[in-house]
Design a protein around this ligand. Structure first.
Ligand SMILES: C[S@@+](CC[C@H](N)C(=O)[O-])C[C@H]1O[C@@H](n2cnc3c(N)ncnc32)[C@H](O)[C@@H]1O
Length: 241
């Protein structure tokens, strides 16, 4: 992620949760993740999750009650600050650890801390790495998934969600004023499948997870939000043997 991108997310952090499209996308993504994770609570409650590009922690906090722990990583300190503020509430989740980091190394010591025991576990790995609405901001997907592959336990999984690049109309997902740091207009099914396989994941499946209806600009660059459009989201899954 570029510095410009980081600056953008720092600036947006305070308003992030007030965007109803983001809230709705998280609700739908959470449902999709739960339908792809083990349905047996006795199994799911043992899972350690890494949420890469967690933002203000909307998905991390939604998953937290179902799993053992969530390590919530984001490169933008504003996003992590917003998550830290939520975690100060008395009834907040106790198993979510926010980490401000641009994750590029599976052995990064910052993700080695167990959110539950607070102890550092050298070579700590995760049952599942999730990441929602992040891939369209990533220039080098191969590099990212090499890191993700390294973070997953043997037998563990990657599960990522983002909107699909279904053609030129996918560009309308963002208003023209918000194109800074958008590296692609959604993800391409074939491309992401190849990237996951090249990273080393097997049993790679790319499926439509849900559809998000959101307002788009009346004309590109008008700044006036008008008609709604439906954007398909993909869930991309792979296993590390
Ligand atoms: C569009 S936001 C999505 C945030 C959150 N997942 C959500 O859905 O609300 C993308 C986030 O990914 C973060 N990000 C992108 N690349 C990253 C990386 N390599 N390591 C950590 N965070 C990253 C950005 O800082 C930004 O907060």
């Amino acid at each position: 992620m570029t510095d410009a991108n980081k600056a953008r997310f720092n600036a947006e952090a305070a308003q992030w949760d007030s965007n109803p499209d983001i809230q709705q996308a998280t609700r739908l993504a959470h449902k999709a993740y739960l339908s792809h994770l083990p349905s047996d609570p006795a199994i799911l409650s043992t899972y350690d999750i890494l949420d890469l590009g967690c933002g203000t922690g909307l998905l991390s906090l939604a998953l937290a009650p179902s799993v053992r722990s969530v390590t919530a990583v984001d490169a933008a300190e504003g996003m992590i600050g917003a998550l830290e503020a939520k975690l100060t509430a008395e009834d907040a989740a106790k198993n979510v650890l926010p980490i401000c980091a641009m994750l590029e190394d599976p052995d990064d010591e910052r993700i080695a801390v167990d959110p539950v025991t607070k102890e550092k576990v050298t070579g700590r790995r995760f049952d599942v790495v999730v990441s929602h609405l992040v891939l369209h901001h990533i220039l080098d997907l191969r590099k990212l998934f090499a890191t993700v592959f390294g973070c997953v336990k043997k037998g563990g999984k990657v599960m990522v969600t983002d909107f699909e690049n279904f053609g030129p109309e996918a560009r309308k997902f963002h208003p023209e004023s918000k194109m800074d740091g958008v590296e692609r207009h959604g993800i391409l099914r074939d491309e992401i499948k190849t990237v996951l396989e090249e990273a080393g994941f097997v049993d790679v499946k790319i499926e439509t997870a849900f559809e998000l209806e959101k307002q788009v600009e009346t004309e590109p660059g008008s700044g006036v939000m008008g008609p709604t459009m439906v954007f398909p989201f993909l869930i991309c899954e792979g296993t590390k043997l």
